[in-house]
Structure formats: structure tokens, C-alpha cells
Design a protein around this ligand. Structure first.
Ligand code: GAL
Length: 681
């Protein structure tokens, strides 16, 4: 079993834990309480057949463990853990606090979140608590302590899983107790109320407040709330949820100092409701849940982007894919089954981008309850199915990749800057176009680079930029002064930087930086936009380099930059669209429009060539290529997302097929390969 260094700031730097499995962790959420005990015996038999190493147990089981206030029933959990241990399966034990028991909700309805329109959540769902509830905290920590004392030394237990997706169903609450906690948070952040007034610009509509007591959460009102207030409320909520995690962590740490602790993030195709890059500093292992959107034809690319975001949060270290699905989910409008091979490609793509575990929600598809039609590793139709056969094959593939565990994806030379706070700032305001979604351009840039097999990291603007010869700043709506200054210095030292529209528009209080957009980067770029000119859904504008803009254009003024392309028609005809300025040893380009995919690809390719960055390997389009590097070997991942066979130049041994590769590997349509590289590998 490998050891790994904890991320968590509550421990001395360099603290190590054992990785929860030998090799790559494989398994999923296991909810045996939904089944009679004879099914458990079949479960472990099938788990062994599939090569399951790790299961997450007890996620929503509070109501079954604490059956009445202070009355615990452990028998079933005892038997489950013993059975798993007897079968060599490790347990990621969840604190069951994600779903409060019915008796607690009945006795204390005030623990439930309240919507912005003032409706208290009723019982019947999950995450029916808000993190500012003192009563909830007291009950939750008592439960956590009881669980840790009972099972902290059980030999099956390898790690702790705090709650579940904190902030998923309970990502905002507008109840009076939350309002009080929000005021305390504001007082701590700003010191006095005049500073709050100044930061938010409460002169507007005469919204001045005379004391913290007069500040309310952004409840339902006649129109939009102040963007500074709304952004701070998002920050506060993320902090309140994190504080709940930290409170559970403190109990677990005290009782079981030798077990690693995590909670599962939700880094997917959205900005996110929690500031996970910040949360990553508080978990021992970064763990993520990822679900593809079946109707998105480019969902595998979204997956790669999300996985790279997670690796960025993990500081490049191995992380855990805590949940994904074997096939359909049950919460999209059409819950499309995954195509044959898609689950394996999805799983391997996470591993390719640094995951050392592939877990699913859930082991066995439920027959009762709200997730009846969600796929499982064992579907309703049982084990003699395509789905379970593919699960078993995946288990075998991951076993063959055991030596990859502990290797890492080397730091790339290209970085995309992405910041959750910046995304919140954008969604907290009424912005010029609802058609522009803040993850779209970062994702498109990531796609353009990945399609050319260029390694890329997705990091925060606050992170260290050393070694990034190309830095892309796509729709980074909010930029702090210090980060803008750092980017300018980094450019001058030789980096090639491209900043897009809707970047650096506001400061950390969500106030527009006056003097023209993109305020924070204006000087660096030698341009400013006088006016945003967003386009309607069916509109497009030609540029004189042959490309086309949709969704977004700007009236741009050049003060000190070379014009690379101009608008060719429409209101902006003849005005600059794309510029570049030489800054010291580097260059700073500005993209004022949402250009088509080919033009975007040419733009990034040009920067990559200027910086002399080579692809990870020479490979056909349609292959996803990454490399992980370990102490003794490096591993080339090639995932074929195409309907045709595709080739990559490499030599070594393909660990998936066991075959030697000399010079060139053909990856069959829809197939995967992981080559331990080297002539004698
Ligand atoms: C996740 C959640 C799981 C399950 C899954 C279904 O968000 O953590 O418990 O509900 O979604 O896709």
C-alpha cells in the first residue's frame, strides 16, 4: 500500500497516510441496508469477482444507526463491516450526517434550510439541514463521535467520508439563524459596517445600512440584489459548509488520528457552489464526484476539463474519483444509458488525469427510494448483464494498472486560470448576456489544447505561475489586483498570455473597474473596450481573418498593441477584435469576441508554438492523450473517443492488453491503452 502526503492544513506539513487500497481503488457506494442479508453474501461474492477493493458505507444511514435520540443500533453495521473485512474489501466509512433522521427533523424542524422565498424544507429529501444550525451541529457531532469510537479501529475502515456532497441540496439557506451567522461572518470580514457600505456601493438605491443587524441575506425581493452582497453570501455559504466539515473532521481526528479524512466535491460542468480549491486545503485526499450529461456530445471533453480542474485543486497530487455512474443517472430529463465502452473510457480518463481511484454511485441499483432508476455496478437485471461484465472487465484493467498508483501527471507548461469566486461574481450580477456561461470559454480552450495533445493545467489565478510558458485567462470575470500584477510580471518574464473578454471586469467586491474593460488587465494588454456588444443567439459577425464571432463582441480601443484581426461587418466593422502586445520577453494577447472553434484552436496553437511546447505524443486526432510519471516509469494513456481506430507513436508495454508496443500503437475504436513507456518496458 502506498502512502501519500495529506493536503489538510490542520496537520503538520508532510503528514502521511496509507492510500486506502493496494493499487487503484475500485468500488462504489455500498448501501446494504436496502437489502436482506442473503443479498449481502451475493454482493461480496460479486465484488470479489469484479475486483472491488473499496466501498463507501453508511452515507445516508443516520436514521438507521441512531434510531431515536441517543439510541444507537450498531448490529447491522457491525455485520456489514465484518463481512467486508472477511472478504478483503476496504471501507471508506461515511459519517451519516448528510441525511438527518426523521425523528430529528420532527423534533427540530429549525435545522432545515429555508428557501429564498421563505419556505422551510420539509422532510423527505436529504441534506435537510443548514450548516449554521447549532442544534444540527450538536446532534451531528454526537453521531460522528459515536461512530468513530465504535469503528475507528475496525480493520476494514481505511478512511473517512464526511457527509456527502456538502452544499448539494443545501447550498443556500435564508433562515434567521443563517442570517445571524452571516452577520458575524461579515463583521469578521469587514470590521465595521461603513466598510461594508463602501465595498458593496450601497449608495445605489439608497441601500445604506446603519449596523450589521440591518443586513439580511439576499432573500426573494422585487428585483436583483446588490452583486457585492450576493457574492459575499456565496462566499459565506461555502465557508459555513466548510466549517461544518471541519467540525466533523476535528472529532474524527481526535478519535482516529491515523485515518485519512475527505469529503466528496462536485466539480462538474458548472462553476460550483463551494469554493473547492479552498476546501482542498482541508481534506487529506481530494475526492470528486463527476457525472456526464448524456445529451452533451462532447461530454468526454467536459470530463477531461473537470478532471484537470480537480488535479489543479489537488496541487497535482493523486486524487480520488469518489462517484460516477456505470450507465444512466436518474436526474436528467432523458437519462441515456452509456454506450458500450463509455464507462471504461470515462473511468480511464479520470485515471489519466491523476485519479488513483475509480468509485461509483452505487454498487447495486436500488429498487425502492428516490434513485430507483439510477444505474449501479450491479443493475436491476443482475450480474449476467453487459453492464456487470463491463464492470468486471474494468476491475481487471485497473488491477493491471496497479503500478500506476502514486504516479502523477507532471506540471504542464500551459495553464488555464479558473476561479470559482470569479464565476460566482458573474452569476451574482445581472450581466450583459445570459447566453454567455462562465465555464464555456475555459472549456473550449481546454478542448482546443487537448485535441492537439497539449498538456494543460487548470489552476487558480492565486496559484504559482512558475513554469507556465502559456497562460490563458478565459472569462475570468473577477480579478484581484495582486493576481493581475502577478500575471503582468509573469508575462514580462517571457510568458505568452491571452486574456479574453469578460475578464478582470470587476474587483473582489464585484464592482466594475472603471476606465474600460478588461479593467484589471487593460495596461498589460494595451487595449480597452468602451462597450460590450453581445450578440443574439442567431447572430454572428465576421472577422477579417476569416473567423466568425458569436455571442460576444466589444468596441475595442487600442492604446499600445498590434491588431491581429478586425471586425469585418456589423456595428463594429473596421474596429480591432484581436490584439497582441509585446511585454518584456513575453506577449499579451486580447480576444474581444467569442470566435469559432477553429479560430480559437489557431490562436492557442500559435501561442503554444511561440513557446516551443510540444504535444505529449504524436497521435491522431480523436485520441485523448496524457502522461503520468512515477518513480520508476512513465505511462502514456491513450483513450479513443472515435468510431475509427486511431494511432499514437509510443513504445513499451500496453498494460491493458499486455502486448509489447514498438514505435506505434493502434488503439481500436472506443478502446483504451496505457503504455508503460520505454524500449525495454
Ligand atoms: C450524487 C450523490 C449520490 C447520488 C448520485 C446520483 O450527487 O452524491 O448520493 O445521489 O448523485 O447520480
Amino acid at each position: 500500500m502506498h502512502s501519500f502526503i495529506s493536503h489538510s492544513s490542520d496537520l503538520p506539513a508532510g503528514t502521511r497516510f496509507d492510500w486506502p487500497s493496494d493499487g487503484i481503488a475500485f468500488g462504489g457506494d455500498y448501501n446494504p441496508e436496502q437489502w436482506p442479508e442473503e443479498v449481502w453474501r451475493e454482493d461480496v461474492e460479486l465484488m470479489r469477482r469484479a475486483g472491488v477493493t473499496t466501498v463507501t458505507v453508511g452515507v445516508f444511514s443516520w436514521g438507521l444507526l441512531e434510531v431515536a435520540d441517543g439510541v444507537y443500533e450498531w448490529d447491522r453495521m457491525d455485520r456489514v463491516l465484518d463481512l467486508l473485512h472477511a472478504n478483503g474489501i476496504g471501507v471508506d466509512l461515511a459519517t451519516p450526517t448528510a441525511a438527518p433522521p426523521v425523528w430529528l427533523l420532527q423534533a427540530h424542524p429549525e435545522i432545515a434550510p429555508v428557501t429564498e422565498t421563505g419556505v422551510r424544507y420539509a422532510q423527505g429529501g436529504r441534506l435537510g439541514w443548514h450548516p449554521s444550525s447549532a442544534v444540527f451541529r450538536r446532534y451531528a457531532l454526537r453521531m460522528v463521535r459515536a461512530l468513530a469510537e465504535r469503528y475507528g479501529t475496525h480493520p476494514a475502515v481505511r478512511m473517512w467520508h464526511v457527509g456527502n456532497e456538502l452544499g448539494n441540496e443545501n447550498h443556500r439557506s435564508y433562515d434567521p439563524e443563517t442570517a445571524a451567522a452571516w452577520r458575524v461572518w461579515l463583521e469578521r470580514r469587514y470590521g465595521d459596517v461603513e466598510t461594508v457600505n463602501a465595498a458593496w456601493g450601497t449608495e445605489f438605491w439608497g441601500h445604506r445600512v446603519g449596523s450589521f443587524a440591518e443586513i439580511e441575506p439576499p432573500r426573494f425581493s422585487s428585483t436583483a440584489h446588490n452583486p457585492g452582497l450576493a457574492l459575499d453570501f456565496a462566499r459565506f455559504t461555502s465557508d459555513a459548509l466548510l466549517a461544518h466539515y471541519e467540525a466533523e473532521r476535528a472529532v474524527l481526528r481526535e478519535v482516529t488520528p491515523r485515518l485519512p479524512i475527505t469529503t466528496n466535491f462536485m466539480v462538474m460542468n458548472n462553476p460550483g457552489t463551494d469554493d473547492y480549491a479552498r476546501w482542498a486545503e482541508e481534506v487529506d485526499i481530494v475526492a470528486n464526484d463527476h457525472y456526464t450529461i448524456g445529451s452533451d456530445p462532447l461530454r468526454h471533453r467536459e470530463l477531461s476539463f473537470s478532471a484537470d480542474r480537480v488535479r489543479g485543486m489537488a496541487g497535482g497530487r493523486p486524487w480520488l474519483l469518489m462517484e460516477h455512474s456505470t450507465s444512466a443517472v436518474n436526474w436528467q430529463s432523458v437519462n441515456r444509458a452509456k454506450s458500450p465502452g463509455e464507462m471504461t473510457r470515462n473511468s480511464l480518463a479520470h485515471v489519466a488525469r491523476g485519479a488513483d481511484g475509480v468509485l461509483f454511485f452505487q454498487w447495486r441499483a436500488s429498487t425502492a427510494g428516490a434513485e430507483q432508476f439510477h444505474s449501479g455496478m450491479v443493475p436491476h437485471a443482475g450480474a449476467e448483464t453487459r453492464q456487470f461484465r463491463e464492470v468486471t472487465e474494468l476491475g481487471a484493467t485497473l488491477r493491471a494498472l496497479a503500478e500506476v498508483q502514486g504516479s502523477t501527471v507532471p506540471r504542464a507548461r500551459v495553464a488555464i486560470l479558473f476561479d470559482t469566486e470569479a464565476a460566482w461574481a458573474y452569476t451574482a450580477a445581472r450581466t450583459p448576456s445570459d447566453l454567455v456561461r462562465i465555464v464555456d470559454l475555459p472549456r473550449a480552450v481546454h478542448e482546443a489544447l487537448s485535441a492537439r495533445h497539449i498538456a494543460v493545467d487548470v489552476i487558480r489565478p492565486q496559484d504559482d505561475l512558475t513554469g507556465y510558458d502559456v497562460v490563458v485567462v478565459p472569462t475570468l470575470y473577477l480579478a484581484r489586483d495582486a493576481d493581475a500584477a502577478k500575471l503582468a510580471a509573469h508575462t514580462a518574464s517571457g510568458a505568452h498570455v491571452v486574456v479574453s473578454y469578460l475578464s478582470g471586469v470587476v474587483d473582489e467586491h464585484n464592482r466594475v473597474r472603471p476606465g474600460g474593460y478588461p479593467g484589471a488587465f487593460r495596461e498589460l494588454l494595451g487595449v480597452h473596450a468602451e462597450e460590450f456588444v453581445p450578440l443574439f443567439a442567431d447572430e454572428s459577425v465576421a472577422l477579417d481573418d476569416g473567423s466568425t464571432a458569436t455571442l460576444w463582441t466589444e468596441r475595442l480601443v487600442v492604446t499600445d498593441a498590434e491588431v491581429l484581426a478586425r471586425y469585418a461587418d456589423g456595428d463594429l466593422a473596421g474596429l480591432p477584435a484581436l490584439t497582441r502586445r509585446t511585454v518584456g520577453a513575453g506577449t499579451a494577447s486580447y480576444l474581444s469576441a467569442r470566435i469559432d472553434a477553429d479560430a480559437l484552436a489557431r490562436l492557442v496553437q500559435d501561442l503554444v508554438e511561440r513557446a516551443g511546447i510540444a504535444p505529449i505524443a504524436r497521435a491522431d486526432a480523436g485520441l485523448e492523450i496524457t502522461r503520468r510519471v512515477g518513480a520508476d516509469a512513465s505511462y502514456l494513456f491513450a483513450i479513443n473517443h472515435d468510431g475509427e481506430d486511431r494511432a499514437v507513436d509510443t513504445s513499451g508495454v500496453d498494460l491493458v492488453s499486455g502486448r509489447a508496443v514498438a514505435g506505434r500503437l493502434v488503439v481500436p475504436a472506443g478502446g483504451v491503452a496505457v503504455v508503460r513507456e520505454g524500449a525495454n518496458a
